[in-house]
Write a protein that binds this ligand. Structure first.
Ligand code: LLP
Length: 435
């Protein structure tokens, strides 16, 4: 990673370990800024993808804004240098105290997601004798064709309100002294690979914004959310240049300023999760291992339960085969939750050699605990360091202490330097909050 050996990082900081490349994040920011340079815009980084203070400071220092969904993320965003005037607050379930903090701090806008929330927000602003800048989140009922758990803009999803209801909320808000509509927003989902859903949503938002302007409610911002897909398994990324060109032609001469809320696209590719191979095993045949690096049988004599190199893994016949590593679903939940297929490679790439099909599984006591399924892998040996790639987004941020496992450490690499940005949790940390 940049000028640093990840094998050495694993030895120095232990595993499982999250490692991020500063250069990769900066180059992704530059790429998005360049792609959208023809349009007046603001990127609000979705903190949920990776809320590490160090990464957030890096991103805020480049002039981006933040998209937050909780009081905790508000605190993180402000502490890491995002000015309140560039923070937007989304989410269907903001509490009264979260709304209070948001109004006091004068965020760029608060994204209203229901009629009852609008009323509560008005009450809060009135009591504080302040005016809250708001947006209404529209649910455009568009299928972004992604995993069902990360689809948000369908009518069956809990997010936003239908366009007609949104217009009504805007009209009501415009009449209230303590509310000021400034933006219209939608967010379709995550890991979106096509431009089409964005364009359909954009058309709806533009037409709604035009009818609001005709009602005497001019808006300043048009926010089409995040969700720009990155490569995963067989699927490629959503190209920011293509997206920007399509949005620009749809926007035409419209004076609304564009907001995008990329999370994953800015940080996913910068991160890897390092892990160590603990054991190998096969659950069929004689269950014994005979691989090219297992000296007892001599190199190249792969056979037994693992079969000949490259053989397909078939339940019941010759398989399954498992590589057991020290990172589990508590460290990285995406494969278990969304069937995500992240590339996995040895930290030290072997020169040639046979490959074997196996599942890479963690130590958690659940069958759903795996980091990679049915992959063609170089022959592993205990102690090998492996890297799960594209792990910079929704990796550490979704990790937990399940099975009473202290959370992993995080390291930021920049050139030849590697800095520990979050220490590994200890056994003591597991008990720190218990009374
Ligand atoms: N804006 C809003 C309002 C959101 O809800 C989200 C993500 C984003 C922006 C950023 O989306 P992104 O650009 O990162 O796709 N844990 C799941 C992803 C959940 C995303 C939730 N909302 C995963 O690991 O795939």
């Amino acid at each position: 990673m940049e000028g640093v050996s990840v094998r050495n990082l694993a030895d120095r900081f232990g595993t499982p370990l999250y490692v991020y490349s500063e250069a990769a994040i900066l180059s992704q920011i530059r790429r998005f800024e360049a792609a959208f340079s023809g349009l007046p815009h603001l990127f609000c980084y979705a903190l949920k993808a990776n809320p590490s203070g160090r990464l957030c400071r890096l991103i805020s220092s480049r002039g981006l804004g933040a998209d937050i969904v909780s009081g905790g993320e508000m605190e993180r965003a402000l502490r890491s240098g995002f000015p309140a005037s560039r923070i937007i607050f989304s989410g269907v379930g903001k509490t009264e105290s979260e709304l209070k903090w948001a109004v006091r701090r004068r965020l760029l806008f608060i994204n209203v997601e229901s009629e009852e929330e609008l009323r509560r927000l008005e009450g809060v602003a009135k009591r504080l004798n302040k005016t809250a800048d708001i947006s209404v989140r529209v649910n455009p009922d568009i299928d972004p064709r992604t995993h069902r758990h990360i689809t948000t803009g369908l009518a069956v999803n809990k997010f936003g309100v239908p366009p007609a209801a949104a217009r009504d909320l805007f009209r009501r808000a415009a009449k209230r002294k303590h509310l000021r509509p400034v933006a219209i927003q939608c967010h379709l989902g995550s890991q979106i690979r096509e431009v089409k859903p964005y364009l359909s949503a954009l058309r709806q938002l533009l037409s709604l914004a035009r009818s609001l302007a005709a009602d005497g409610i001019p808006l300043r911002w048009l926010d089409i959310g995040g969700g720009m897909g990155v490569a995963e398994g067989e699927k490629g990324e959503l190209n920011p240049e293509t997206l920007a060109a399509a949005i620009a032609s749809e926007m035409g001469a419209n004076p609304l300023r564009l907001i995008l809320e990329p999370g994953r696209a800015l940080v996913a590719g910068s991160g890897a999760l390092l892990m160590k191979v603990l054991y190998r095993k096969a659950s069929a045949g004689d269950g014994l291992l005979r691989g090219p690096r297992d000296s007892a049988l001599g190199p190249g004599s792969a056979s037994g339960a693992w079969g000949a190199p490259g053989t397909r893994l078939r339940r019941g016949r010759g398989g399954p085969r498992f590589v057991i590593v020290d990172a589990g679903m508590n460290d990285f939940a995406r494969p278990s939750l969304y069937d995500a297929q992240h590339p996995i490679v040895p930290a030290v790439l072997p020169r040639g050699g046979p490959k074997f099909r196996a599942d890479v599984v963690g130590p958690i006591c659940e069958t759903g605990d795996f980091v990679a399924k049915d992959r063609l892998l170089p022959w592993p040996a205990p102690g090998d360091v492996w890297a799960l790639l594209m792990a910079g987004a929704y990796g550490f941020s979704m990790s937990s202490q399940y099975n009473s496992r202290p959370r992993a450490a995080e390291v930021l690499v920049s050139g030849q330097e590697a800095v520990l940005i979050r220490r590994r949790e200890t056994l003591k940390d597991l008990f720190a909050l218990e009374r």
